[in-house]
Design a protein around this ligand. Sequence first.
Ligand SMILES: [Zn+2]
Length: 238
Amino acid sequence: MRLTPEFLEELRVMLFKASHLLLDAHIHIRRKPMIGGVFGAAGFSLCSYNSTYTGLDVPTYLVMESSSGLMLAREGTKAEAIDLSRVVLQRIGPSVFAGWSAQFHAEVEANKAIAEAAKAKAWEERRAKFAAESATVAKKVPRRRAAVFAASNGKCHYCSTVLSLDGKWHIEHKMPRALLGGSEQSNLVAACVSCNMKKRDQTDLEFIASRGKPARPPLAEVSAPKPAQVCAVSNPTE
Ligand SMILES: [Zn+2]
């Protein structure tokens, strides 16, 4: 029986549509190469996947071209899928199928390129948005201030409090101007308001050393004095 061109085209459109849907669904498909008869040497695979209907795993069987994913049949049993795909292949003939295969390959590659381009565009839009936001902040912040901020890794040089570039923080002279410290980049650090106020005219090293001494005893010692007995046990060498 010869197939009319109209019927062939209808069949092609139907199989292409179903094959694209299946590829786009990204479901796990088990594949086993088929060998022999109209299927040749492993150009086709007997495939299956499970769908869950009312809690039951229902298998679906497919025969598809291994390289492109073009589907020839989709049935509820292996035997039906194999029989139908054999009939389809015999009716349409190898040369028509070769044409379909090439066309389907091209469509899959084109779809991949479209998806890649969309991903690249989304990435570029995100990057541009971030650059615009950064530029807005940078415009408000003088270049020298931004350089000091970057050199201090965005943290207070003394207490490591995280600062925000356009927030409240001071440019601090490590060697104070009162002690002839200069305004060159290497003498400048970012400092939180509280540290800068406390530091006054000390050098950075003096200030760090002074901060090392606790102003008052730790809270634990005030609220819970240890009995002498316990101290003796915890320090047996003394
Ligand atoms: Zn600080």
